[in-house]
Write a protein that binds this ligand. Structure first.
Ligand code: CP
Ligand code: NVA
Length: 310
């Protein structure tokens, strides 16, 4: 068993390759148990607080159902309702919640807020999405890739679209676990340089590559996984029309998918916009594993909570 108890999960780089491998193994086990109808409750009596400053379907429901299935309770804390929304300092909130709860999941805008929360909290803090990262999604995505490709090492993942929180977390998670990752994004919308460099150093430890390009064809060449995400993330709604222009040529459609390996799978964290970043016949087609990804959020996060809060 890895030394995960009490740790925070703010980005994938908080965990080592063996720690992530352990979580993926535990996630696969918990998924099997659930399919067999076997209930195990290692988190009996434990409570997870879930702070949301942005909307959510998957993250909220998978964490809340997940903690319940593990024997614990989840508290949905909308920032509209708790005192954070009225300006109570994050550090005070962290200290107060640490006295009541056994873990905090937070979805917010700035990564700095999550860092501050973790610094002042004495219980594990889990990043449920910021403008910079979405590590829980990528944990479930790695589980999904392992299921459909039979392993992670040497798999090539091409991400076509905005260099956003998903791109950042896929680069980091892919790099740590030995995938080759290539991000194709238009100029001005590429991933942050510092995160790209961090991912490239991590990839080098596995003899793998993380690349960023504007060339969609180069990214898709030999790709085993083709991933995309929305062009305008939560908080960027006012940029929608400018972004639609900037991302012309970056829609994952049948023609682009054919540039990847014949057995390539299509992935998307959801929610998706059919006709924008992905064509309907791709996301609803036979290469798509988007609902398997969504289901795995439950199993991967149950593994995460068990390891951090158990
Ligand atoms: N993929 C994802 O995190 O979805 P939600 O925004 O619905 O939580
Ligand atoms: N990049 C998207 C992901 C949603 C799960 C967003 O931040 O809105």
């Amino acid at each position: 068993e890895q030394q995960l108890a009490g740790k925070d999960f703010l980005t994938l780089a908080d965990l080592s390759k063996p720690e992530i491998a352990y979580l993926l193994e535990l996630a696969a086990y918990l998924k099997k148990q659930r399919l067999r109808g076997i209930v195990e409750q290692p988190l009996q009596g434990k409570t997870l607080g879930m702070i949301f400053e942005k909307s959510s379907t998957r993250t909220r429901v998978s964490f809340e159902a997940g903690i319940y299935q593990l024997g614990g309770t989840g508290l949905f804390l909308s920032s509209d309702d708790i005192q954070i929304g009225r300006g109570e300092p994050i550090s005070d909130t962290a200290k107060v919640l640490s006295g009541y709860l056994d873990g905090i999941m937070i979805r917010t805008f700035s990564q700095q807020v999550v860092k501050e929360l973790a610094e002042s909290a004495t219980i594990p803090v889990i990043n449920g999405l910021t403008d910079s990262y979405h590590p829980c999604q990528v944990l479930a995505d790695l589980q999904t890739i392992e299921e459909v490709k039979g392993g992670l090492s040497g798999v090539k993942l091409a991400y076509i679209g905005d260099g956003n929180n998903m791109a950042h977390s896929l680069m980091l998670g892919g790099a740590i676990m030995g995938l080759d990752v290539c991000i194709a994004a238009p100029g001005g919308y590429q991933p942050e340089k510092a995160i790209t460099q961090q991912a490239q150093s991590l990839a080098a430890l596995n003899g793998r590559k993380v690349e960023v390009t504007t060339d969609v064809h180069a990214a898709l060449d030999q790709a085993d996984v083709v991933y995309t995400d929305v062009w305008a993330s939560m908080g960027q709604e006012s940029e929608q029309s400018v972004r639609e222009q900037a991302f012309i040529g970056f829609q994952v459609n049948k023609k682009l998918l054919e540039l990847a390996q014949p057995d390539a799978v299509f992935m998307h964290c959801l929610p998706a916009h059919r006709g924008e970043e992905v064509a309907a016949d791709v996301i609803d087609g036979e290469s798509s594993v988007v609902f398997q990804q969504a289901e795995n959020r439950l199993h991967a996060q149950k593994a995460l909570m068990t390891a951090l809060m158990g």
